[in-house]
Design a protein around this ligand. Structure first.
Ligand code: TMP
Length: 239
């Protein structure tokens, strides 16, 4: 499915195992695109700033325990809450100024993915639906079940996969305390990413020097940023 063909920003997603270098490469890519004069924002999932994000954060730091399907749906909800346009029709009785002001405050349209892209802002996103599917299916959940709640989210213009052997990633300063930072589990996640990866992904060897990776990411995104500026239509998961 596709919609409108107006100039817009590009949706650029970085994926990879924990410690594959996504976060530092995302910031470098942001600086590069800004330097070229493109309006660009750095996003990441999970977005721990929302109330759903706080539940996810508690789970990841082992402060809470949730069923595998429940946490999967929370990760997905965390993407949906940054995607959808919320429409509010106020009942007459509730049209008090105080209530309206609080509604206005809650619905900050500018923070929504589609609004930003249509405003011409390119989004560099550190993890997206592919993390959702790879990490949950690595626990043994059915892949189609994992993909289902993502249907209808915006599809990225390009997925950049930072490819690193799990053993190498584990050597990088050691894992922290978060739930998934364990070698055996990351090996399963790597296999699940392989199952998701198709020819539209740009796979980059994440064991190369940082500057080489940076350059390859820059080369990979430019055509997509330009195509979106020329009006490539938005598309939706799963294409
Ligand atoms: P982070 O370290 O990039 O903040 O990600 C936190 C962890 O959450 C990481 O181990 C990957 C995992 N994750 C999921 O399991 N499902 C998801 O949908 C996302 C975005 C991340």
């Amino acid at each position: 499915r596709a919609s409108s063909s107006e100039s817009r920003g590009a949706l650029i997603v970085l994926e990879g195992l924990d410690r594959s270098g996504k976060t530092s490469q995302s910031s470098r890519l942001l600086s590069y695109l800004e330097g070229l004069g493109h309006s660009t924002e750095l996003w990441r999932f999970p977005d721990r700033g929302t109330s759903v994000g706080q539940m996810i954060s508690a789970y990841l730091s082992n402060k809470s325990h949730l069923d595998d399907r429940t946490i999967h749906l929370l990760f997905s909800a965390n993407r949906w809450e940054k995607r959808v346009t919320v429409e509010v029709s106020l009942h007459k009785n509730f049209e008090s100024q105080k209530f309206q002001a609080s509604v206005q405050k809650k619905i900050n349209m500018k923070s929504l993915m589609e609004t930003q892209l249509k405003n011409g802002t390119t989004l560099v996103v550190d993890r997206y639906s592919y993390s959702g599917v790879a990490f949950s299916s690595a626990k043994g959940l059915d892949i189609e079940w994992c993909k289902a709640p993502e249907v209808g989210l915006l599809a990225p213009d390009i997925v950049l996969y930072l490819d690193i052997p799990p053993e190498k990633a584990a050597e990088r300063g050691g894992y922290g305390d978060e739930r998934y930072e364990q070698l055996e589990f990351q090996k399963k996640v790597a296999k699940c990413y392989q199952a998701l990866c198709d020819s539209s992904w740009k796979v980059i060897d994440a064991c190369q020097p940082i500057e080489d990776i940076e350059k390859q990411l820059q080369d990979a995104v430019l055509d997509h940023v330009m195509a979106c500026e020329r009006g490539r239509p938005l598309s939706y998961l799963w294409p």
